[in-house]
Design a protein around this ligand. Structure first.
Ligand code: ADE
Length: 434
């Protein structure tokens, strides 16, 4: 539903706004769901309250390319409370919650360009609509804004003061741009904050991936053989939650350190070629392409369920699967069954796109609370340090990371100890030994 609406802001000023959402009539449902998520985002709420008073983002045009979820909506409300002029598009064609997109347009006056299930051409049309607002800050989840600006929209570079990046895959892309000397503005790698990856990637991906698999299949995990490809933060989370549900977890890795860690965590570790023969469920979370490919499709068991929870839909060779199957049918929502020439059926979930956002609702709000607190404070940091940051990929400053952890603990009612003077002295001295 392409539209232009007349919007009245809080000061009573009128302006027109373009948007493209599935159905603006879904806005009321979206508003309630956003309110529900916000109830579990106390750290972001504190930031929003402060932003409302201080307006640290006044006059800043910000382009966001994020999964359009209830949690993202609360982030958008926070940035807007801080004075930013925002436009939002989806960072994945399948992750948009259409009611949320409609509510942001109707109730918050935020231009959103995102429709669940949009094709690639529409995805980039939406991304370019957001870039048409001439952003000063980019907020990416996967680096598509930054890469489009650097390849096709270089005229936008002059006014950009910096960007933030939400996810591991995006940080890897941006770091390689920086290494090749092509990156043209500073980026804050929100993903690398401790209060982001240690919780969002691990517990968020862990829970929401299983949620997606269960919603899509309604299959029992207990007693199954559950193969996790990749043992980074996301893989660790998926493995531990699958184990918690009673699955026998198998891990595949290419990194000896992570493989060793998975072994000591109690999982069987083996190459994917072996795991392919025994798995009931497969989840890819490696960030790399064709982890499950033509070499494996004919060895999978009849009824095997394969899905991806990594950022891009490259981890399962879906084209290879299409090319080698003899029959294909959509057997239920989010499940396409491919029959191979040996008669085995392989069930691909969510077209090989992030299953936690395609079939479920993404990470729960209490974990996105910390991720998006990092996003908000990083945007503020970019504005405060305008012109002072060199081009490069930066960590979230440690003091912001620690402050978010402190606020989260307070919100959870958890107190911790402080060092005594004696302990502080001990830690700072090198003279006391045995
Ligand atoms: N990435 C994973 N889960 C998410 C969520 N709930 N909102 C935004 N981005 C996400």
């Amino acid at each position: 539903m392409l539209g232009t609406t007349l919007y009245i802001d809080k000061l009573g000023e009128y302006f027109t706004m373009n948007y493209d959402v599935k159905d603006i009539n879904l806005a009321e449902k979206g508003q309630l769901r956003i309110e529900w998520a916000a109830q579990n985002m106390p750290v972001l709420k504190q930031i929003k309250d402060r932003f409302e008073k201080e307006k640290p983002l006044a006059g800043v045009r910000l382009a966001a390319c994020l999964h359009v979820t209830t949690e993202t909506a609360y982030l958008m409300q926070t940035l807007k409370a801080g004075g930013a002029e925002i436009a939002l598009c989806a960072s994945n064609p399948l992750s948009t919650q259409d009611d949320v997109a409609a509510s942001l347009v109707k109730h918050d006056g935020i231009p959103v360009f995102a429709i669940k299930g949009e094709d690639n051409q529409t995805y980039y049309k939406h991304l370019n609509s957001v870039l048409d607002t001439k952003p000063m800050i980019t907020m990416d989840d996967g680096a598509d804004l930054v890469s489009s600006i650097h390849s096709e929209r270089t005229n936008l570079l002059a006014q950009i003061l910096g960007g933030t990046e939400e996810t591991t895959t995006g940080v890897i892309r941006l770091s390689s741009m920086a290494k090749d000397g092509v990156l043209k503005f500073p980026i804050i790698a929100v993903n690398d904050a401790f209060t982001k990856h240690c919780f969002d990637n691990r517990y968020g991906t862990g829970q929401s991936t299983l949620d997606g698999i269960i919603r899509a299949t309604n299959r029992m995990l207990a007693g199954s053989t559950f193969v996790v490809c990749g043992y980074g933060w996301c893989g660790r989370g998926v493995a531990s939650r699958a184990e918690g549900m009673g699955a026998n977890v198998v891990v595949t890795e290419i990194d000896p350190l992570k493989a060793l860690e998975a072994t000591m965590d109690g999982y069987r570790v083996m190459p994917i070629a072996e795991a392919a023969k025994i798995g009931d469920f497969f989840v890819t979370v490696t960030g790399d392409c064709h982890v499950i490919n033509k070499d494996h499709f004919l060895t999978l068991k009849d009824g095997a369920i394969i899905c991806n929870s990594g950022h891009f839909d490259v981890e399962i060779d879906v084209k290879g699967l299409e090319a080698t199957c003899v029959r294909k049918r959509q057997i239920r929502e989010f499940v396409v069954e491919y029959t191979m020439k040996n008669g085995h059926r392989i069930n691909l979930l969510g077209e090989g796109r992030l299953i936690n956002l395609a079939a479920a609702e993404g990470h729960p709000s209490s974990v996105m609370d910390m991720s998006f607190a990092n996003q908000s404070l990083s945007a503020e940091h970019l504005v405060k340090n305008k012109g002072k940051m060199n081009i490069g990929v930066y960590k979230v400053p440690d003091e912001l990371d620690k402050e978010i952890a402190r606020l989260k603990l307070i919100s959870m009612g958890i107190n911790i100890d402080v060092l005594t003077t004696e302990q502080e002295h001990y830690l700072n001295s090198w003279t006391s030994g045995t």
